[in-house]
Design a protein around this ligand. Structure first.
Ligand code: AHG
Ligand code: MN
Ligand code: MN
Ligand code: MN
Length: 338
């Protein structure tokens, strides 16, 4: 791509605002700030042992997960970058017990930002792709202040969603409800360059992503579905399947966006108090929005993820997303079980 043909994230967003009317000036600023924070996180990730960013922080988050240093650093970077710009009312994060209201000394905006600051924490220390996932909601009503209840909106209300992959390349994937665009970080220039537009997930696939070690804990439909995939061309599915599992949702979803596939983190019996591992507000909703915008589907197995009305901030859900035909196949296995 020649330098003259390059479209930066800033130009892309200005055109989305000016020519297509998809986003407001506030939302444009918000996305720019999040993208800048992701660059900052990428620098810390790249430093690794040299930046003393590896290992655990010695604390736990509200979900009982041991926090890694980078979980905490990425959370702080996102908060500090976003709280003073005047575009936000508040933020919520996988790593914070409750919402972070924009302090009174700064102006309050109408948007709310939710994030998984560091996705794939178990891969940080082993130098495998990790990422940041974010979701943007608009505050309903104009009263000053913001409460946890304002955040409990279904995923279909998202104004924007995206994720960044810190991998061999640093990549930002974004939707503002008008398809999915991909930006690649030019490290020398420090700018995000548009490298793919209107990304479409192939509807058919022969590749699934699931943590197979949990098989004995899965629900019955998931077990039957994977059993039939493993039976290959001679089985009921009539085709051979390949398997991939990075254990960073960002990397697994990015592969699916690039070449198709189906990702499953089903309900399982390990912990009866939680209906799945992944978080609705920080993982399932933003990824569900992106996948749907790219022509794929995102379901719990029985319900569209973006239709779920949340009852709590840190709610968890079973997740099945990716290539349309394959997600529909998984849903058929759930239908038959009822
Ligand atoms: P996080 O690092 O934000 O807590 O998320 C980890 C998630 C997700 O990225 C990944 O798909 C899944 O957990 C991996 O879980 P297992 O270790 O159970 O395979
Ligand atoms: Mn975590
Ligand atoms: Mn995560
Ligand atoms: Mn995380």
């Amino acid at each position: 791509m020649s330098t003259a043909q390059r479209i930066s994230l800033s130009r892309y967003l200005i055109e989305q605002q000016r020519e297509h009317g998809h986003i407001s000036a506030e939302l444009r600023l918000l996305i720019e700030v999040v993208a800048r924070a992701c660059k900052h996180i990428a620098v810390s990730v790249n430093k690794g042992a040299l930046g003393e960013v590896l290992g655990t922080a010695g604390s736990a988050n509200i979900q009982g997960e041991v926090q890694k240093k980078l979980d905490v650093i990425a959370n702080e970077v996102l908060i500090e970058a976003n709280e003073w710009g005047g575009h936000l009312a508040g933020m919520a994060s996988e790593e914070m017990d409750t919402i972070h209201v924009v302090p009174n000394r700064y102006p309050q905006g109408e948007y709310m930002l939710l994030f998984d600051p560091l996705d794939g924490s178990s891969n940080i220390d082993i130098n495998v792709s990790i990422g940041t996932i974010f979701s943007v909601l608009r505050k309903v009503g104009h009263a000053r202040g913001v409460s946890e209840a304002d955040f409990l909106q279904p995923g279909k209300a998202q104004a924007a969603a995206g994720y960044c992959v810190y991998g061999p390349q640093t990549t930002l994937v974004l939707t503002v409800g008008d398809g999915v665009s991909v930006f690649t970080l030019d490290r020398e220039l420090g700018s995000w360059i548009l490298t793919a537009e209107n990304v479409q997930i192939p509807p058919a696939t022969q590749e699934f992503a699931i943590n197979m070690s949990n098989m004995r804990h899965w629900d019955e439909p998931t077990r039957r579905y994977i059993h039939d995939c493993l039976a290959g061309a001679d089985g009921p599915r009539g085709k051979d399947f390949n398997m991939r599992w990075v254990a960073s949702m960002v990397a697994d979803v990015h592969r699916i966006l690039t070449r198709g596939g189906v990702f499953l983190y089903p309900w399982d019996t390990r912990d009866p108090t939680r209906p799945g591992k992944l978080r609705l507000m920080y993982e399932a909703n933003p990824m569900g929005f992106i996948v749907e915008q790219a022509g794929g589907l995102a379901s719990t197995g029985t319900q569209r993820i973006l239709d779920i009305v949340p009852t709590e901030l840190h709610q968890r859900v079973p997740v099945v997303l990716g290539s349309r035909d394959e997600v529909e196949a998984v849903m058929r296995y759930h239908d038959q079980a009822q």
